[in-house]
Design a protein around this ligand. Structure first.
Ligand SMILES: Cc1ncc(COP(=O)(O)O)c(C=O)c1O
Length: 420
């Protein structure tokens, strides 16, 4: 049989063959049921096969609406833009909209190319533990992939400590400012700074509001373009539609993908301040931009943001997670618990512990991923629409497995000590 390349990853982490999915539940080919605390790495914020989005897609197909027309105008594109404009207007955000290719990394590549074109500078600031994708520039920007960065093409990236790097070993903002602005450091004024306001793959690291505000002030003062990569933690993951809303800042460029289509269809958006839009027509293109089926479900998904209902539900569920996880905060193998909205991380003493716990949870039919530079963080990323009942069920499972793992280790340690 034709074999899939070794590069396949998630099939090895979650070795079952999946077939059906509904909401927060996934079924394998034997009909076994799994609770999803992974959500396609942030792609399924509204759950699998969300009925309202699915219905919109089915009608679109049944009516023979135009599926592909490159970036020619279509009624659905215009309808999506109109509705997205409402979302931006409600937040007083002044952007224009660009459709890059369909995946997150396409948006990253486009943003960097534009920032270099606008500023006529080359260097880009990125941060420790960042992740921005797997194509040439986005890969080179990803400090969390440092072990394989030797394959990356040199891209003039300047890596700096993220907020609270190594528990605040350096004042990361003062360091950034000094290195960029002081003559003789070997650094040049960059075209842009790119960041995730919460580093998801990097280990659920949360930038503070104060740090985000300082970064915005610094970049604004020095005409450096601020790019927020909201590909994983945008679309409501933090409780607000955009992750930077909690800091009250307005980035120059915002990148969205993953959950923007809502149904798991590929779609990316780049939001840019109008004055940055110096592209010539066709200067940045690609066959699969503004995919009409994805725009149809994306338009429908925006209904979730026309009022505060989902936002409030996310906040309430976040509180439930916080309350539950407090019970394991003092466990010996747990270093720290942190989160916002519906992205939470449990950091363990090492990657082996987190890996063991994630595997045991999968045995117990809960899908949950690890992240962080050593894979030491268990990342809780359920759909935003998860039922409270299933949220609590999953949290209880996580707590039980952590407790069982910890007492098993204690017994092991005791046995080793008594055999000495
Ligand atoms: C923050 C962030 N940026 C960019 C990407 C790349 O997106 P894609 O895999 O769709 O290219 C990811 C993917 O996980 C991500 O989490």
């Amino acid at each position: 049989m034709l074999e899939e390349s070794n590069v396949n990853y998630y099939a090895r982490r979650f070795p079952k063959v999946f077939n059906y999915a509904k909401g927060d539940i996934v079924f394998d080919q034997n009909g076994d049921e799994y609770l999803d605390f992974f959500s396609g790495a942030g792609t399924l914020n509204y759950g699998h096969n969300n009925p309202k989005l699915k219905e919109a897609a089915i009608s679109f197909l049944n009516e023979d609406r135009i599926l592909h027309c490159l970036d020619m105008d279509s009624v659905i594109k215009k309808e999506f833009i109109e509705k997205f404009d409402l979302l931006l207007a409600k937040r007083n955000l002044p952007y224009k909209l660009q459709f890059p290719g369909p995946t997150g990394t396409n948006a990253v590549e486009a943003a960097i190319k534009l920032a270099r074109k606008v500023t006529k500078r080359r260097h880009i600031v990125s941060f420790t533990n960042s992740f921005h994708g797997m194509t040439a520039t986005s890969y080179a920007l990803s400090a969390s992939k440092a072990e394989s960065l030797q394959h990356a093409i040199s891209q003039d990236i300047l890596f700096f400590p993220y907020c609270d790097f190594e528990n605040g070993i350096v004042d990361s903002m003062a360091f950034l400012e000094k290195m960029i602005l002081t003559p003789g450091t070997g650094y040049q004024l960059p075209a842009a700074v790119i960041l995730e306001t919460i580093q998801a793959e990097g280990g659920v690291k949360i930038a503070s509001v104060e740090w985000l505000k300082q970064l915005r002030a610094f970049t604004e003062k020095n005409n450096i373009i601020l790019i927020v990569d909201d590909i994983q933690v945008g679309c409501g993951r933090t409780g607000h539609f955009f992750s930077f809303e909690r800091a009250g800042i307005v980035p120059d460029i915002v990148l969205l993908s993953k959950s923007i289509s809502g149904l798991g269809l590929p779609l990316s958006l780049l939001l840019l301040k109008p004055e940055l839009d110096i592209w010539n027509p066709g200067e940045y293109n690609g066959t699969f931009r503004a995919n009409n089926l994805a725009l149809c479900t994306a338009k429908k998904a925006l209904d979730y943001w026309m009022d505060d209902k989902l936002e409030n539900e996310v906040k309430a569920k976040s509180q439930i997670i916080h309350n539950y996880l407090q019970t394991v905060e003092e466990m010996p193998d747990v270093v720290n618990i942190r989160g916002i909205g519906l992205i939470w991380g449990i950091e363990f003493i090492d990657g082996d512990t987190a890996d063991r716990i994630s595997k045991e949870l999968f045995e117990q039919k809960l899908i949950i991923e690890t992240c962080g530079n050593d894979g030491q963080v268990l990342k809780l990323l359920s759909p935003l629409t998860i039922s409270e009942e299933n949220l609590v069920k999953g949290l209880q499972q996580i707590i039980d497995v952590i407790k069982a793992d910890s007492s098993y280790n204690t017994v092991l340690k005791d046995e080793v000590i008594s055999s000495l």
